[in-house]
Design a protein around this ligand. Structure first.
Ligand SMILES: CC(C)(COP(=O)(O)OP(=O)(O)OC[C@H]1O[C@@H](n2cnc3c(N)ncnc32)[C@H](O)[C@@H]1OP(=O)(O)O)[C@@H](O)C(=O)NCCC(=O)NCCS
Length: 410
């Protein structure tokens, strides 16, 4: 066995971002992921945000590596029959269509469980039961309703979405974990089960510390926040660390939009940091002696550290502060990251050949398993594996393929 999920077949009925990122992780762990797409059209992202006319977009190619593509029209009887046959020979079904779409196609949990009792049926929706249950959802909607937008940005600005796609790609990771757990449980029970996640619930999990602060707020202001006044709910707090140690993004030499170093002031590094920035005098001052006594002065302290960081570029400042063990990190932009030699070397940024677009770069698997190496391969063209899957996987004779094509089922 060369891969963690070798021997597991996934019927991938996902589209857009959240579902495809989850099934891409399953594929990287060695599962055979068969992506089902409507004939002639495919996943909507194939044509969204295209940078080269007529060629699968980066949106699609970066989210659908290591999969096979089977076109299947599930609104035809023949398409449904092929789908059922595939479910019988698979281990996991994953989908993220709008609420009710799978039921309308005739594939309720009860029906799927009847077709194959060992199959795990995983769904991602915007919301769980309640007022929002039947609503469609995209990333920012999940962030808006899950507590992320109201706590992101600055106090004097509007609610803001994060750059990281926590509703989509973040929840893809939750769903991946849930599916792996269900697969593990099946090894004992022999039964498949229903796995469900709501994007909003995943965001709540990621906003856990903001709900911690909401309950602290009932007992008084939050001293580590930069905000001067507090209302009833946790305010947007700019670049505050969110943890128990104060942190902030400090300007560095260069003056560019990302010439910043994020610095966290841990109690154990206060003394070397004060010396490094030329403020050893503060070490004699009782008002700066403990983390608690420093907290009311924290913005004044960050301003002093910034007086030092603006004299260095972000990498220089990073190196010098690392030498004295101060936790810090340079703010890197997307260009820096795509070109980063360490990330290229580690396999986090991968270069792939695509038959239509040529060479492109994508983001690799964010974790490694020593016994399950990941080899990233390009995304499939629309329907690239249709006849291979029908013939080899489902044992359909050649003339049946022609018939399915003639009725528009594949
Ligand atoms: C993302 C989302 C808003 C997109 O909405 P949409 O583009 O209107 O697409 P929907 O999911 O509503 O519908 C897809 C339709 O295609 C149909 N379809 C999908 N695959 C098909 C296939 N292979 N053959 C035939 N029909 C197919 C579905 O049956 C559905 O038809 P219906 O509306 O008649 O029931 C919606 O899917 C959603 O809310 N998903 C859950 C949350 C989510 O994943 N959000 C985004 C994550 S990036």
């Amino acid at each position: 066995m060369n891969k963690a999920l070798e021997g597991i077949r996934v019927v991938d009925m996902t589209h857009v971002q959240a579902g495809p990122v989850c099934t891409q992780l399953l594929a990287w762990m060695g599962a055979d992921v068969v992506k089902i797409e409507p004939p002639g059209r495919g996943d909507v992202t194939r044509t969204q945000l295209r940078d080269i006319p007529g060629v699968d977009s980066l949106y699609f190619t970066m989210l659908n590596c290591n999969k096979r593509s089977l076109t299947l029209n599930l609104k035809t009887d023949e398409g449904k029959q092929v789908f059922e046959e595939l479910l019988r020979r698979s281990d996991v079904l994953v989908e993220n269509f709008a609420p009710g779409a799978m039921d309308r196609l005739g594939f309720t949990w009860e029906r799927v469980h009847e077709i194959n009792p060992r199959l795990i049926f995983a769904s991602l929706k915007g919301f769980g039961p309640g007022r929002l249950e039947h609503a469609k959802a995209y990333e920012p909607i999940a962030q808006a309703t899950g507590g992320s937008m109201s706590t992101t940005g600055y106090d004097d600005g509007p609610p803001t979405v994060t750059g990281a796609q926590i509703g989509d790609s973040g929840n893809a990771v939750h769903l991946f974990g849930a599916i792996c757990a269900a697969l593990y449980q099946r090894t004992n029970t022999g039964r498949g089960q229903r796995v469900q996640i709501a994007m909003r619930d995943g965001i709540l999990n990621l906003c856990r510390v903001k709900l911690r602060d909401q309950q602290r707020l009932a007992r008084g202001p939050l001293p580590e926040y930069p905000n001067k006044e507090f209302g009833e709910a946790v305010p947007r707090s700019g670049n505050a660390s969110g943890g128990g140690q104060p942190g902030w993004a400090l300007r560095c030499k260069g003056g560019g939009p990302n010439d910043y170093l994020y610095v966290v002031i841990q109690p154990q590094v206060w003394e070397p940091l004060a010396r490094k920035i030329g403020r050893a005098d503060l070490l004699e001052n009782p008002e700066y002696a403990t983390p608690e006594s420093r907290l009311p002065h924290i913005w004044e302290i960050f301003a002093m550290v910034e007086e030092w960081t603006v004299t260095k570029d972000k990498w220089e400042a990073f190196r010098e502060l690392n030498e004295i063990d101060v936790p810090c990190g340079p703010v890197l932009d997307s260009k820096d990251l795509l070109d980063d030699p360490d990330l290229r070397e580690s396999g986090m940024i991968v270069e792939l050949e695509h038959p239509e677009r040529g060479t492109f770069r994508t983001v690799g698997c964010p974790f490694t398993l020593s016994d399950s190496p990941v080899e990233v391969t390009r995304s499939p063209l629309l329907g690239e594996h249709t006849s291979e899957i029908l013939r080899e996987l489902l044992d359909f004779p050649e003339q049946e393929l022609d018939r399915l094509a003639s009725v528009g089922a594949v």
